[in-house]
Every structure is written in C-alpha cells, then in structure tokens.
Write a new protein. Structure first.
Length: 271
C-alpha cells in the first residue's frame, strides 16, 4: 500500500493511533529493526510496548522494506509500506495515516529503536492529548536525578551529542530543546534539568501543518526537528514522566544492544 496525497472525507475516524517508523537501512546498524535483543527482535519489543498502551485504537509499523513487513506480520503486527522518499520518521507517520485512509484525533510517533520506553511514558502523552484538545504536540521529559545529571554533564564535556534537554513554561509548554544542558545552572542552584524523551504525539491536523513547514535555522543548528515547530509558533506540551526506577535505552549500535540486554537482565521485561 502506498501513501496517498489526500485523505478522503469518508476516512475512518478513530481516537488514537501509534505508528512505529522502522527503516531497514541504518548506517551504524543495517537491518536494525530485525536485530535480536535478548532473543526478541527490536521491532517486536517496541510493538509489544506500544500494544500495552491504553486508549489506543491501532498500532501500526510503517516501513519502506518488505523484509520488515514480513517480520512484523510474523508476530501479528499490522504493517504499512510507505514511500522510500520519506526523509524522517515524522514524514513516514504522516504517510501512514494517508495510506491507511484513517483520520485519527491523535497520532503517536514511537521510534522503532525505543526498546525500553515504558508503556506508561507513552500513556502520559496519549492522555495529555486526549484530555486537552488545545494541545498541538505533546512529548515527554524526565527530571534528572543528581547522578544522572552529572553523567550527562560529563558526557557533554567529552563532546558527546547524545541526550537532549528541554525547558518549559509554567503551563509546561516547551520554550526550547537543546543538545546542550539547559538551563545553565550557576552555582549550587537546584533548578531541575529535564531530559527529553524522543517520542511525539500530534493532533492530526497539527501534524499535517508541521510537515508542510520548511526547515528552520535552529533546527539545522541543533539537528532537532521539534525546534521547527517552535520557530513557527506551534505549541509543544512537555509531559513530565517518571521512569519508576527503569533505565532509558535506545539502540543505534551493537554496543547499545548489549547494554539493553544487560538492563533487561537486571530490571526485568517491561511487558
């Protein structure tokens, strides 16, 4: 099935949809969605997590490769072929809506490498959008404890780019996202630092508006798509979440797989 340019007025309506973008090609880990993590593929693990979220009508894997479609179907996932020309997961999510011919109120973009994202973190984003129809985009963030803050600070000092932080206003609307540590903490102040978790929930019309917008200077500088929305005046609601003692991990390399397996062995399965 290929994406269509428009959604028919007869498109099936639904409350919420989770889309898992899953590309076969990866410069660091080719075939990443199929990579086994403690005996279960990365893709199946993420699909199981998504399927555990309440108030979701459908979970769909979006890809451009038949090998991923075949694998997804082997464990019961619904898969949609989307154009190879999609430049990122956001465009692939939008293409999926059109390919399905559905009109969801809320759509969640859950990256296919988010192997240890707790279902309740995704749940927080879904609930925020369903409960407040004025929100365009929602995304989670977690307050760093002192140990986690120091670890991230040290990694930034070494020049590592991993780890995005976010600051927000009193209503939890994002002010800025950065690959640097924000806010800058002068002296011994205890202002919390929030680490952004890279999943997004969109109201469907907001997603349609967003993908029509050209790239922006801050987006290019930080290599963060969310800054495009802010630069064009779209509001992003930050949803503070608690990992409840679980560890964050996404997979981009073989070493990440090993770390994920160690965490699963120590902390147990999420679902």
């Amino acid at each position: 099935m290929v994406a269509k340019e428009g959604v028919s007025s007869l498109a099936t309506t639904m409350k919420s949809l989770i889309v898992i973008p899953a590309r076969y090609g990866s410069s660091r880990l080719p075939g990443k969605p199929l990579a086994p993590v403690a005996g279960v593929s990365l893709l199946e693990r993420v699909w199981r997590i998504a399927s555990a979220v309440r108030h979701v009508d459908k979970v769909v894997v979006a890809t451009d490769d038949e090998r991923i479609v075949e694998h997804g179907r082997s464990f019961g996932a619904q898969c949609v072929m989307t154009p190879a020309e999609c430049r990122n997961g956001t465009e692939r999510v939008h293409a999926t809506i059109h390919a399905l011919g559905v009109s969801p109120e809320v759509v969640i973009n859950l990256q296919g490498d988010a192997v240890l994202t707790p279902p309740w973190v995704i749940q927080g984003v879904v609930d925020a959008l369903l409960e407040n129809k004025t929100i365009d985009i929602a995304t989670p963030a977690v307050a760093l404890d002192p140990e986690s803050y120091l670890k991230l600070k040290e990694s930034k000092a070494r020049g590592e780019v991993g780890g995005t932080t976010v600051v927000f206003d009193r209503e939890h609307n994002a002010l800025y996202f950065s690959k640097s540590l924000i806010p800058f903490r002068r002296g011994e102040v205890d202002t919390p630092v929030y680490r952004h978790i890279g999943l997004y929930g969109y109201r469907a019309d907001a997603l349609s508006r967003y993908i029509q917008l050209p790239e922006t200077p801050l987006e290019r500088a930080e290599q963060l798509e969310c800054l495009r929305a802010l630069e064009y005046g779209m509001k992003i609601r930050v949803v503070p979440v608690d990992y409840r003692g679980r560890s964050h991990c996404s997979v981009d390399s073989e070493s990440d797989i090993k770390r994920a397996e160690e965490l699963i062995a120590r902390e147990g399965e999420l679902v």
